[in-house]
Design a protein around this ligand. Structure first.
Ligand SMILES: [Zn+2]
Length: 315
């Protein structure tokens, strides 16, 4: 903790009121001028609303000056956000007022959560207690303005600038899971084949509903989702367990974004727009007086012809 403090060279501020003028005072930073006001007055005047900072010698690591942070300083800040979640609405960019109304009406928190807009649809929501945060995380999935919303616990390593939202908490169901597999350890192991298991829902925990187990698992959606996992009992007997997702997010490899898949969407649109019609084989008589059957173009000859039409383009 004993970091040598070196007094930095503070640029001195020179106030230069234009002579005989009533115009507002011009301010100029002058590194060479002899200060005619105390060097610290700039600092003093500007720290009224902010916290005072000091120069702490950087360490030289691999040739670069490196700021080496202190564990306790980081922990203090970490604690401030421990009860925060990240909220992201897929395919929409709602206002902070809209989110605030949603939170008030849907989450019914004892103390009003603080809502921060980070950027482009990312919000940080800070709860009054860890219980409230976990209750909200455990009560999804959520839909905001008819669009799926992702709510996940904030962690220090979440980087808004670089992280594409790829680890997403998804509710999964395990239909007909044998009842001897419903313990915390077994569910955790099964959930871990899919990602990072977070919670089992209340009915799974109390075993009030035994047709399927349901849990929240943080899944990497940039990989194809698994719909079956292998489970092996303590005697080495294995069985295949079906996995169902309450919501399967689309992820676009091309755009590295959630909410659509350029390749799959184009293929689906193509299928939607094309209509296949089999036209029966017609032998056109040499006799020009022969009238082709209704709906068959008179130019068609030879074998059955597949006509692919585009009703959207035609319509
Ligand atoms: Zn795309």
């Amino acid at each position: 903790m004993d970091v040598p403090i070196v007094t930095p060279v503070i640029p001195t501020l020179v106030l230069e009121p234009p002579a005989g003028s009533s115009q507002p005072t011009q301010r100029r930073l002058d590194l060479q001028a002899t200060p005619d006001v105390p060097a610290n007055s700039f600092v003093e005047n500007n720290r009224i609303n902010g916290m005072k900072l000091t120069f702490i010698n950087p360490m030289l690591k691999n040739g670069s000056p490196t700021a080496c942070l202190q564990q306790n300083a980081v922990d203090i800040e970490l604690k401030k956000w421990a009860n925060a979640v990240i909220l992201y609405v897929i395919g929409d960019n709602p206002t902070i007022k809209y989110i605030s109304t949603f939170v008030d009406k849907q989450w019914l928190c004892e103390s009003k959560p603080e809502i921060f807009l980070y950027s482009e649809g990312y919000f940080l929501i800070r709860f009054g207690s860890v219980e409230e945060k976990e209750r909200v995380l455990c009560s999804g999935p959520y839909t905001i303005a008819n669009r799926p919303a992702i709510v996940k616990g904030w962690s220090a390593d979440f980087n808004f600038n670089t992280e594409i939202l790829k680890l997403i908490p998804l509710w999964i169901k395990l239909p007909n899971l044998p009842l001897n597999c419903w313990g915390m350890d077994s569910l955790s192991r099964i959930g871990s084949t899919l990602g990072n298991p977070l919670f089992a829902d209340e009915c799974t925990t109390t075993q009030n509903r035994i047709s399927f187990a349901r849990m929240l698992v943080e899944v990497d959606v940039t990989h194809p989702l698994l719909h079956k996992v292998m489970v092996e009992d303590p005697h080495g007997k294995a069985f295949e367990q079906v996995v169902q997702y309450e919501w399967e997010p689309k992820f676009c490899d091309t755009c590295q974004k959630l909410g659509h898949n350029c390749v799959a969407d184009v293929a689906q649109e193509h299928r939607r727009r094309t209509k296949k019609i089999w036209v029966p084989k017609v032998t056109v008589a040499r006799d020009t007086s022969a009238i082709p059957p209704p709906g068959v173009p008179s130019t068609v000859t030879g074998d059955s012809t597949l006509v692919v039409s585009d009703p959207v383009a035609e319509g």
